[in-house]
Ligand binder design. Sequence first.
Ligand code: A5P
Length: 226
Amino acid sequence: LNQIEQKRAAAVRAAAEVENDMVVGLGSGTTAAFAIAALRDRMADGLRIVGIATSEKTAALARAYGIPLTDFSDHRTIHITIDGADAVFRHDLTLIKGLGGALLREKIVAKASDRMIVVVDESKMADSLGAYATLPVEILPFGWQVTCDRLKAMGCRPRLRMAAALPFTTDNGNYIADCSMNQSAAPAALEAKLAAIPGVVESGLFVGLASMVLVGHQTGVEVIER
Ligand code: A5P
């Protein structure tokens, strides 16, 4: 399988975990989009679900596919979330997310889910945080300069994500600081340290959230369970 086929194979396998009447968290990114397409195909065969989208882009895709959307005012618990990742650490299933800019809603949805199934191609598998260069961190526009100073002080090299000449803005109206890491801190400790900085809204570190990772390889799909 080539990379695109690896993504699709993992996504189709994930969609097979979904059952009738489930509330399904719909992830963001190209691999999650394959899962949303697979859910649409299963709905054509009679599957009934409602979705909660992790981004405006995903919501638009779900609407285009005829997948009914709901939100937390109607459903507090999500049965399964299927989402991609930018990196997966094999030994503890910690994730790095946020290259697509949807990390905050993705984390809210993942934390509200009974199960989070992560779908990736094999290029996303990493050994440790040290092996992964960039951690996206969502920050408030107000005072972003001092927030970045604090990120620097704790050993990150933040770079404000740009979209053409302007700062990239998330669906929540915030900015993203892409932080190069020059430290190999334990992910949970790093997540807590980042969260303690005023102005940091959320980091792209997902610790203890993935219950299953489906990895597309050239030869097929590997299933890793927590
Ligand atoms: C979005 O913010 C990210 O967390 C995505 O889940 C991530 O970028 C994966 O996207 P791809 O499946 O397109 O690589």
